[in-house]
Design a protein around this ligand. Structure first.
Ligand code: HEC
Length: 134
């Protein structure tokens, strides 16, 4: 048992923050992980925010890099998400206007996540839905 915890502990230190756990802890009570587009309309009354698959897809569609450099796009998207967690605003939101009207603007989570946790959750949002269309 001790060995197990030691390995677990070392693993956590070496891997840094785990994006999925951070999502579960700080985001999942508002952003559902997975939902089909057709389900969203049916379940709208139960939702507090757009599902994370929708958020991920919208960012990927809206953030366009002129020379289509995937690395640059990834960095810009991560920077956007990290900033949005602390400074959500109607000015920067890429959400559908109807979604904003329905849900309102996300409350700021400033001070709740460390830099490396915001980095990890941002990477998770991009990677979790790789090649999964909303
Ligand atoms: C209290 C509910 C709530 C929590 C908790 C929450 N969000 Fe949101 N989030 C929203 C709502 C509502 C919107 C849609 C309106 C908007 O864009 O601000 C949103 C939108 C977003 C967007 C999309 C912005 C855009 O321009 O398309 C991102 C990215 C996002 N959230 C990330 C996160 C992450 C990451 C977490 C957890 C660390 C999180 N949210 C936690 C409610 C929440």
């Amino acid at each position: 048992m001790k060995v197990f915890f030691l390995i677990f502990f070392l693993n956590t230190i070496m891997m840094g923050a785990d994006g999925y756990s951070i999502y579960q802890k700080h985001c999942s009570h508002c952003h559902v992980e997975m939902m089909k587009k057709t389900e969203v309309l049916k379940q709208l009354h139960t939702l507090k925010a757009p599902p994370m698959i929708e958020v991920s897809n919208r960012l990927k569609e809206n953030i366009i890099i002129a020379d289509e450099d995937e690395d640059v796009k990834r960095r810009v998207t991560i920077a956007f998400i990290k900033d949005y967690i602390e400074n959500p605003s109607v000015q920067y939101s890429m959400c559908h206007p109807m979604a904003i009207e329905k849900f309102g603007i996300m409350p700021s989570l400033k001070g709740k996540l460390h830099e490396d946790e915001r980095q990890a959750v941002a990477e998770w949002i991009i990677d979790r839905y790789k090649n999964i269309k909303f």
